[in-house]
Design a protein around this ligand. Structure first.
Ligand code: HEC
Length: 190
């Protein structure tokens, strides 16, 4: 009798623990999404207005080349201690945005899921390691991305020039509509 009581209270405790864990995972995911939106929104708003101002994409590519990194740093300086947000991809334009092993594994698994039905690909994913939570938001190629990440033959020659000059190691061209371009990653230290 006593034994059962102990066992059941132990079970209760572990369930409680599991519950706490799930709750904290959900709130960390929401927190990560908030940081991802901060970076995403800032970059998108700037990109949109630069593209509107000059349809060739030349002004916008100047913006991306000189300001994307700066704005990312600025957003990070506003985040709580132990939190970072960044963009990465399997095929990067600049080595500064190179993925680590976990980033690559997550992106490979997203690409795998793209062949499956009933998977909501736009949904952010949460990955937990012993030291951090990471939230990943996939970015897919839309028509707006094609002027700088599309077929190299259809990219405006002036835009092409800026890209070649600034990114000698560029791998982020020749994407097609709907391809996974990369991810935005929020990392929260435990
Ligand atoms: C006007 C040109 C331009 C357009 C349009 C554009 N990008 Fe980029 N993109 C760049 C440049 C330049 C960089 C490198 C920025 C840097 O130096 O940090 C870049 C970098 C990135 C990166 C970071 C990873 C890497 O390769 O270094 C991601 C992710 C990305 N772009 C996604 C997109 C998506 C998604 C769209 C469409 C919604 C898009 N871009 C539209 C020019 C552009």
């Amino acid at each position: 009798m006593k034994k059962t009581l102990i066992l059941s209270s132990l079970l209760c405790l572990s369930m409680l623990h599991a519950d706490n864990n799930v709750t904290s995972q959900i709130s960390k995911k929401q927190e990560g999404v908030k940081y991802i939106k901060m970076l995403g929104k800032t970059l998108k708003t700037h990109l949109k207005s630069e593209m509107k101002a000059d349809k060739t994409g030349l002004k916008a590519v100047d913006f991306c080349t000189t300001k994307a990194d700066e704005l990312t740093k600025e957003i990070n300086s506003q985040l709580p201690k132990g939190v970072t947000v960044r963009r990465t991809a399997l095929k990067t334009r600049t080595d500064k945005n190179k993925p680590d092993t976990l980033d690559s594994a997550v992106m490979e698994s997203i690409i795998n899921d793209m062949d499956k039905k009933n998977v909501n690909l736009a949904k952010p994913l949460m990955v937990e390691t012993p030291s951090v939570y990471r939230v990943y938001k996939p970015l897919f190629i839309t028509p707006a991305c094609m002027k700088c990440h599309g077929n190299e033959k259809s990219i405006h020659p002036d835009v092409q020039k800026v890209i070649t000059k600034n990114y000698p190691n560029d791998k982020a061209m020749n994407f097609q509509l709907g391809d996974l371009r990369g991810v935005v990653v929020a990392e929260i230290n435990k």
